[in-house]
Design a protein around this ligand. Structure first.
Ligand code: NAD
Length: 368
């Protein structure tokens, strides 16, 4: 009997809609060629939801996607909605999903495909065989801390302020997830903080150390964020797994993304657990809605397709399907096919839908 899994697909805005079409091709193939029955349903989020429901995430959509086994999201945002009040902007829909589902752990792998080694701005020797995982705390820290705001001090001067706050349970749970991930990889975890000047990250370091006592097989190190940003471009292969706070992770993971050459190649997963301990997760490419190329059929769909792969690994324990998707993507790149963002002189440039079709064609040659 087929195992039924329900998947929410939220294309969002801009190229999010284009790359979602390609993700659906892959999901359909998996549905038809494995013992999994994928019940995929589409919902609106971001600007698309604002246009229809005057809100970036409708309550009914939230309730529906909460009940699904996993969520796949394209991207949200665009110039059309930039002038709206903060609370009504497309990005609030995305933040609300993360917060409501308590998706506190953001996994961002940075893997360099051999055939793309020349797309990076770094020397091939520095990035060859790079396989790094950044785990960013996603629901706490300065992006959510209170008090926050902009206040007038007097006629001429205002002050803007945010609060960087972390509690023991928040740090413990992200540290545990990171140690567990490191245990399944190269058994090395580097915790990045600014413990020399920020008390909240002094606590972060203390709790990471105490959590690490339960993981004696994982080698733990610590690094200040300024040094970590330098080390990421100097010698990224020294890292296996990095765990860090919300804001530091936001910045470091974008920096790591450029090691691989293109934003269009980077998948991500945001993971949490409900009260019964069931895993909840959303999978999405790292990039945004790319208004500059939206509607032109040139967006790279591979980050989205690799995000689908991550879903099979992390939500459905099907590392075989995830591995197959990565293998197929690698093989297409080896054959010289490229979307515009990763193209170089000797390669064959293909459109968004042609790249999706190539992945599908290659999958059809594989056995699962
Ligand atoms: P962006 O990631 O959309 O684009 C940055 C650059 O990378 C652009 O030149 C774009 O063309 C290129 N790019 C991105 N993805 C690509 C792909 N798959 N293929 C080829 N090229 C690609 O970032 P931005 O321009 O700063 O933001 C645009 C909008 O997206 C904004 O409204 C922003 O708020 C939103 N955004 C959303 C998310 C999300 O939904 N998770 C993340 C980041 C930005």
């Amino acid at each position: 009997m087929k195992k039924k899994l329900s998947i929410s697909l939220l294309p969002g805005d801009g190229i999010g809609q284009e790359i979602s079409v390609e993700a659906k091709k892959i999901l359909n193939w998996i549905d038809q060629n494995t013992e999994l029955e994928l019940d995929c349903f589409e919902e609106l989020v971001g600007g698309a939801s604002i246009d229809k429901h005057q809100t970036p995430l409708h309550d009914k959509t939230l309730e529906k996607i909460k009940r699904s086994d996993a969520i796949i999201l394209g991207a949200v945002g665009g110039p059309k909605w930039e002038k709206l009040p903060f609370e009504l902007r497309p990005e609030r829909g995305l933040l609300k999903i993360r917060k409501e589902l308590d998706l506190f752990a953001n996994f961002r792998p940075a893997i360099v495909f051999d055939s793309l080694i020349n797309s990076s701005s770094l020397k091939p020797t520095i990035i060859k065989n790079l396989d790094l995982l950044i785990i960013r705390e996603l629901t706490g820290g300065i992006y959510f801390g209170e008090p926050r705001g902009i206040e007038k001090i007097n006629e001429k001067i205002s002050k803007g302020f945010n609060t960087l706050v972390y509690t023991t349970p928040e740090i413990e749970r992200i540290a545990k997830v990171a140690f567990e991930a490191a245990r399944q990889r190269g058994k090395k975890l580097c915790s990045v903080d600014k413990a020399n000047v920020l008390e909240s990250t002094e606590l972060w370091r203390e709790i990471v150390i105490s959590t690490g006592k339960k993981f004696p097989d994982v080698q733990l190190s610590h690094m200040y964020v300024d040094n970590a940003s330098m080390q990421l471009v100097r010698n990224p292969k020294q890292f296996d797994v990095i765990v860090t706070t919300n804001m530091f992770g936001d910045i470091l993971s974008d920096c790591a993304s450029m090691l691989t050459g293109s934003l269009g190649m980077l998948p991500s997963a945001s993971i949490g657990y409900d009260n019964s301990g069931n895993k909840k997760a959303m999978y999405e490419p790292v990039h945004g809605s790319a208004p500059d190329i939206s509607g032109k059929g040139v967006a790279n769909p591979l980050a989205m397709i690799l995000s689908v792969g991550m879903m099979f690994k992390y939500s459905f324990s099907r590392g075989d399907i995830s591995g197959l998707i990565s293998k197929v993507v690698n093989s297409i790149l080896e054959k010289g096919y490229r979307t515009k963002d990763i193209n170089d002189q000797n390669c064959k440039e293909v459109s968004t839908s042609e790249m999706g079709d190539l992945v599908l064609k290659e999958l059809k040659n594989e056995k699962i």
